[in-house]
Design a protein around this ligand. Structure first.
Ligand code: PLP
Length: 414
């Protein structure tokens, strides 16, 4: 694109040296600095163009700078940015109504991130047990290989040791069971167990999908044992798998659901959604967030949901998701020595490799394609839900060309 607006930055290198000098070293970053985006395209500070199949890690589900989202944010920014939850906030009420009208839920609590949404859900589950059910159970079962966030409590809920290393002591009250294993789950339930927290599809863990009957099984166990079922839809919600919420396609409803990533279209927001019965656990003074549900974030969230529901975004996700899946399988069939499995739902697709994915991600980046690798060997494809079949084909061509030069010992040839 001619005359690329580089946001006032000279080069990727200029930005990278500032990051290296002044920002805490919590991230291993790639050496590019995207400065502008439009739809499924990004441009970095050197002016190089990319096809974006990461979408800010399932955040920019309507692509970059979607006109409806931009307009909502600009209008809200020029009207009122913040007032506090001491008062009613019109866009917060409207977004809550939109979520409730399109889900199992009756009430919503707003916060600012996925971890906070899970914190809210965990606090709600405990309050419900004490104040509504009048019991004293406290333990929440979560899954091995799960991811629920990086706060002290959501880290304890997370079923991956690498996330917790060096942060002892961990918050008590969680125990992990193997994902997709009905027998060990039933065995793990004890007198103090009050809930199960689970991602309908494990995201960070490598796009691990349960069998069709696993989530319905969890629902029936929870009903029998009077446990609450909490779905962490922070990554898989907001249309990513082809339905507004991922659990819809498994034919099962939770008692509580958490949302974040895609909800604000790029603006920080999180939400815990619950049935009326469970939401009764929270009364004034029990939970709060200064920024939670603020006018800007909820105006953005409302524009995201309206656009998804009014502009056939879910239909596109299912159709182009099917096209992506077929294409990945075709690429996989040509490289059986490199690809173990293709899996996923909608526009949350993964290709598990027999080699490390990092070098392939880097080679794709060099060729103007952004993809992600999680769990070391799993290439993750998370394009905006407005992606076209032609853009999927473009991605597949680049991936194919990179795999063609990759050897089974993990090296990238050319
Ligand atoms: C990303 C993610 C979180 C954490 O969200 P943050 O906004 O980074 O706190 C929690 N759960 C799942 C399933 C996620 O993918």
């Amino acid at each position: 694109m001619a005359g690329v607006n580089k946001g006032g930055w000279e080069s990727n290198q200029e930005v990278a040296s500032l990051t290296d000098r002044y920002v805490m070293k919590t991230y291993g970053r790639f050496p590019i600095a995207p400065v502008r985006g439009e739809g499924c395209r990004l441009w970095d500070a050197d002016g190089k163009e990319y096809l974006d199949f990461v979408a800010g890690l399932a955040v920019c589900n309507l692509g970059h700078c979607h006109p409806r989202v931009v307009r909502a944010i600009q209008e809200q920014a020029g009207t009122l940015l913040h007032v506090s939850n001491l008062y009613h906030i019109p866009s917060q009420s409207a977004l809550a109504k939109k979520i409730v009208e399109n889900s199992f839920g009756d009430r919503v609590f707003f916060c600012n991130s996925g971890a906070e949404a899970n914190e809210a859900a965990i606090k709600l589950v405990r309050r419900y047990e004490r104040e509504v059910r009048k019991g004293d159970r406290f333990e929440i079962l979560t899954m091995e290989n799960s991811f629920h966030g990086r706060t002290l409590t959501t880290m304890a809920a997370t079923g991956q040791d690498k996330v917790k290393k060096g942060f002892d002591p961990l918050a008590p009250g969680f125990r992990h069971v193997p994902f997709k294993d009905p027998d060990s789950l039933v065995e793990a339930i004890r007198d103090e167990t009050c809930a199960i927290l689970v991602e309908p599809i494990q995201g960070e863990g490598g796009i691990v999908c349960p069998a069709e009957d696993y989530l319905p099984f969890l629902r029936s166990v929870c009903d029998e044992r009077e446990l609450l079922l909490v779905f962490d839809e922070v990554q898989v919600g907001i249309g990513r798998t082809g339905t507004l919420f991922a659990h819809e396609s498994f034919g099962v409803v939770p008692d509580v659901m958490t949302l974040a990533k895609g909800l604000g279209g790029g603006v920080a927001i999180g939400a815990a959604v619950a049935s009326e019965r469970v939401a009764a656990g929270f009364v004034p003074g029990t939970h709060a967030s200064t920024f939670g549900g603020n006018p800007l974030a909820t105006a953005a969230g409302l524009s995201v949901l309206e656009t998804i529901l009014e502009e056939e975004v879910l239909e596109n996700c299912r159709e182009v998701g099917g096209h992506l899946r077929e294409g990945l399988e075709r690429v996989a069939s040509r490289h059986p020595e490199l690809v173990r499995e293709v899996r996923g739902r909608g526009l949350l697709q993964a290709m598990e490799l027999t080699v490390a994915g990092g070098p392939i991600v880097e080679a794709c980046m060099g060729r103007g394609l952004l993809i992600n690798c999680t769990a070391n060997t799993v290439l993750r494809f998370l394009p905006p839900l407005i992606v076209t079949k032609a853009q999927v084909d473009e991605m597949l061509d680049t991936l194919e060309s990179v795999l063609a030069t990759t050897s089974v010992d993990g090296g990238e040839g050319a």
